[in-house]
Design a protein around this ligand. Sequence first.
Ligand SMILES: [Zn+2]
Length: 212
Amino acid sequence: MFRVDLHLHTVFSSDSTISPKLVVEQLYKHASVKGVAITDHNTLDGYFQVNKLANVYEDVVVLPGIEVGTEKGDIILLGVEEKPKTPTTLDSVIDFAKTTDGVIVIPHPYRSLGIGDLAMNVEAHAVEVLNPTATSEENIMAQNLARTRKLPGVAGTDAHHPEELWTTFTEIDTQPDRESVLNTLKKGAVKAFAVHSSKMTKLEGGKFHSRN
Ligand SMILES: [Zn+2]
């Protein structure tokens, strides 16, 4: 099982205080979470920085990612190394992901900046069912959505500050390399999500497993 945080912001997002260096250093030292998707707001610059710094560490995996703001709410794309063209509408971002073979994740569907009920129909590979910046109710609604749509539920910290790092992660049954992780996400073979923050464990349930 490979543990990865699929939602993280660096200082390349204007509202984050997390440096690329800190991400790499903490990921390298972390006992169990060894992967991260850098999902800055509307830019891949943070990903490129983190990826460059991580090159010298063999056992950390950095996934390209971007959280794109659309007129309907946010969408996360993983596995693409270019930005969708502006203006970024929900439809144009989904089309872009399809042409670039990106993984589409619906982040915090019922939180502010989420796409809300559009999440019922939008084309996606996974739903973010655990985000510490959303309320328990909003996360439970997202879990129900994932079950209804039979999409894998994934977890991300949505960390913007150092103390929020590594509080949540997704467990994926895959080899610890970028291509395997992305391909497994595309196939929906996410076995579980897990958290190790005690305040979040109450959200476990259903088909999801929790390991502390
Ligand atoms: Zn975010």
